[in-house]
Design a protein around this ligand. Sequence first.
Ligand code: MF3
Ligand code: CO
Ligand code: CO
Length: 277
Amino acid sequence: MSKTGTARTGTADVAIRLYGPEAFAGMRRAGQLAATALDMLVPFVKPGVTTERLDKLAFEFAMDHNAYPAPLYYRGFPKSICTSINHVVCHGIPGPKPLREGDILNIDVTLILDGWHGDTSRMYGVGAISRKAERLIDVTFEALKRGIAVVKPGNCTGDIGSAIEAYARGERCSVVEDFCGHGLGQVFHDRPNILHYRVNTVGEDAGPGVVFAPGMIFTIEPMINLGKALVKILPDGWTAVTRDRELSAQFEHTVGVTADGCEVFTYSPKGLHKPPF
Ligand code: MF3
Ligand code: CO
Ligand code: CO
């Protein structure tokens, strides 16, 4: 996801790219390939496996399918996927530490296929996980679903934030404000920013954002915390963690606005939407 910057109110005066049927076909292929990579990784997520190994599997999957992993060397990111464990909110860097029973893990894959980006992430459980971890995963999954449900022409990007924030707060969870969804297509992080909240923790209204029009393509990727929303970045310059070290979860889909709603490009072909798989 992209870091929220100064244009966090979502400026309606900047042009948002609109895509036609050929682009939708390309995004469908890229999205399905990224989702297939996440499906492929399911049986490998087990105690003792390193995230470096998952990264290598994803890299090889990309190579085998004539695709390129967008994160690799993106702004200096060293790996092909992001692996974010437990209190890591996002942008975890795959490494040599083995997964442990009870960990929860987000794997975020972005593949470029024929120039089009498919960007998707989901949660995995390592062996048996706690009930509170399972609840957080369910809440985050439902939050993304509610965000997707408001995407149709006439509604606006701010409605996604309103829907997700209202639901998450009702579940006594918090919404991370430091990262957002983003326009996607032939560019990895494009306009518009898709905020997952409407009113932030200090009470500022981010505003309605941009009105949806058929042909817009973007990601929705809420990060939901069991504790407070506050995040910090570790000295590696990438890994974002909750300041209170409470669990965080995330799901991400790439969607395209249609005449009467939206098409989700990144559904799991095998129906492996969320754990338990
Ligand atoms: N896939 C992430 C997103 O959802 C971005 C990862 S970029 C990286 O936008 F450099 F951190 F890998
Ligand atoms: Co994204
Ligand atoms: Co992503």
